[in-house]
Ligand binder design. Structure first.
Ligand SMILES: Nc1nc2c(c(=O)[nH]1)N[C@H]1C(S)=C(S)[C@@H](COP(=O)(O)O)O[C@H]1N2
Ligand SMILES: [Mo]
Length: 197
């Protein structure tokens, strides 16, 4: 039998229907950060929902875990064209986070320790499509990948998955976040290749 080496990173879309247009597969996990990795002890960590809600809420690390973690198996797609298939995470679904908060606005701005921001419609955070993840592949999330906790919105390009997330600010109108102000698409659907303006 001949040995055929395909080189995983060279596999193209026709061999992987899970791969959105213009993406290639990667086996490693690249780190993409616009600034330094902030050091956040879980004892100092706070996450809150503010803005256009009836009542603002904040959770510390323990309170946040009481919302209930779930297993997530998903593909992720970076606008710089790498995709990673079948990643596993644990996190709290945004359905749980926003439950009972009487969210009035239709848009959210994720704000991070370190200052990064990104906008996501509230509808894209609900319905089992988005999480605040605290574990990756069975271990606490590595700081360079957003630990202690990051937003995970895998159906949009990965720049929407804000690392070191600290706040979700609910807004009545859509506003651009960090990359969106610098030419990235306001929505970022990888299947429609919504990369830049
Ligand atoms: N706080 C913060 N979150 C961020 C970023 C960042 O620079 N700062 N980069 C975004 C981009 S462009 C991508 S592709 C992913 C990269 O996540 P990773 O470093 O875990 O691969 O994080 C997103 N979340
Ligand atoms: Mo990215």
């Amino acid at each position: 039998m001949p040995i055929i080496s395909r080189g995983f990173s060279g596999r193209r879309r026709e061999e992987s229907p899970q791969l959105p247009p213009g993406q290639y597969l990667t086996e490693d996990f690249p780190v993409l950060s616009a600034g330094p990795t902030p050091a956040i002890a879980t004892s100092d960590w706070v996450f809150g929902v503010t803005g256009d809600v009836a009542e603002t809420r904040a959770w510390n690390w323990e309170q946040f875990h009481e919302l209930g973690l779930e297993e997530i198996h998903t593909d992720i797609h970076c606008v710089t064209r790498w995709s990673k298939l079948g990643t596993s995470w644990r996190g709290v679904s945004l359905d749980r986070v926003l439950d009972g908060l009487d969210v009035a606005g239709r848009f959210a701005m994720a704000g991070c320790y370190g200052g990064y921001t990104t906008n996501v419609p509230v509808d894209d955070l609900l319905g089992g499509k988005a999480w605040i993840a605290t574990e990756f592949e069975g271990a606490p999330l590595d700081p360079e990948h957003g630990g202690p906790a990051r937003l995970l919105v895998p159906h949009l390009y990965f720049w929407k998955s804000a690392k070191w997330v600290r706040t979700l600010r609910i807004m009545p109108k859509d506003e651009p976040g960090f990359w969106e102000q610098n030419g990235y698409n306001m929505y970022g659907d990888p299947w429609r290749e919504q990369r830049y303006w």
